[in-house]
Write a protein that binds this ligand. Sequence first.
Ligand code: SF4
Ligand code: ZN
Length: 419
Amino acid sequence: LKTTVSQIEIPCAFGPAYEGERVRGADLYCQTGGGKTQCTEYLQLAEMNDIEDGKVTVVGPDIPDMKEGDTFPMAIFMQVAGREFQEDFEPILERQTHHLINYIQGIMHIGQRDIAWVRVSKAAVDKGFTLKDIGVVLHAKFHQDFNKILDKVQVTLYTKPEDVEKITAQARAAYKQRDERVENMTDEDEEIFYSCTLCQSFAPTHVCTVSPERTGLCGAYNWMDCKASYEINPTGPNQPIEKGEVLDPVLGQFAGVNEFVKKASRGAVTHYNFYSLVHDPMTTCGCCEAIAAMLPACNGVMTVHRDYTGETPCGMKFTTLAGVMGGGASSPGFVGHSKYNVIQKKFLKGDGGLLRMVWMPKSLKEELRERLLKRGEELGYPNLVDMIADETVGTTEEEIMPFLQEKGHPALSMPPLVG
Ligand code: SF4
Ligand code: ZN
C-alpha cells in the first residue's frame, strides 16, 4: 500500500510562489551554513525495515532553543526506502531539498551537498517555524513527487557539532563515489548530453548542459545523475539533448546543444562553449561550487570556491563574483563550475586546460590534492599542484607573479590567453 500525503502540516505557507524570496539581513532570525557553520544535506538509500515512514527527528537544539542572530551547524539526513529505489537516485532526491526548503515562506536555501546555507526569517519564527518542519516538508513532497519509486522517508536533522561532523564525513565519502561514476567517460563517446533547468526559478535564462566531462556547476548533478533523473521523471528538468554536430571540438560547442539552449532560455542565450571561460562560456547560476576567472597579467586563470571568503587575485571575493555572474548570463572571462570539474580532463581545455591554473585557495588545493597530483602527472607536470599559488603567496596578480616565475609555472610560457 502506498502512502499518499496531500496536506503539508507546517505553520508557514508553502509553495513555489515563495521560492525566489530572499531573507535579508534585517529579516534574519538565525542561520546555518553559508561559510559560517557546517550545513550538510545527505540522502541515503535505506533498508525497508530499518526506517519508519514519516519519522522526523531533530537531534540537538531547535529554533525555540535559539536566539536572534544565532548561527548553528546542521546536517539534514534523509533516508529513503522503496522496492524501486536505486542508489543512483540518491543525488536527485537530495538536490530537491533546494527548491523544497525554498518553498517554505520565510525560509531561504542556497547551495547543496556540504555547502548548503539555510536562513530563517523572523516572520517564520513568529509563525512557529521549527527545523522539524523541514523534515515534514521533505517527507510529504518526496511522497507526492516520487511516489513511483519510494515507499518510506525518514528525516533526521542534527544540530550538535559532533553529529554534524559525523554525517558530513559520511556524506563526503558518498559524494566522492558519485563523482567518480563518470570518471572514465568522455564527451566524445556520448551522443546524448542532458539539460538541467532546475535553477531557472532563480536564474531564468540559465541552462546547464551536463556532459560526462562537464558536471553541473552546483556539483550535485553529473551526467549519470541527470540520466537517472530523466528515467524517474521524463518530463522533468533533465532532458536528453542530442549533441549533434561538433561545431568546435576545442572550445566544446555542439549544434544540438545550442539549439536546445536557445529554446530553453527563451532566446536569451543562443550558444555557449563547454570548455572555455574566455569565449562564450556556459551560463552561471548562483549555486556554483566555484567560479573561475581570467588573470590576464599572469596569462592564466584562477578559481575560488564558496567556502573561501577572502580576497582573490581577480579583485573579487566569491560572494561578489556569485552576485555578478550568478544571474544566468554567459559572462566571458568568468564561469561557474563544480569542484570536481577542476580535475576533469576537459576543464577549460579551450583556454589551455588545467595548466592555465595559477591560483586557487589553499583549502581547495588540499581538498583536490590527490587528484590534482594525478592530473599534473598526466599533463607532464607532476608538481603542478605546488606551482599553483594560493592566498599564502598573495591575493593580487602582482603578488603571485614572482612565485609563478620561480616555480616555472607552465602558464607563463603558453600562448596569450586573450589573443
Ligand atoms: Fe541543475 Fe545546474 Fe542548477 Fe545544478 S546548477 S541544479 S545542474 S541547473
Ligand atoms: Zn543554481
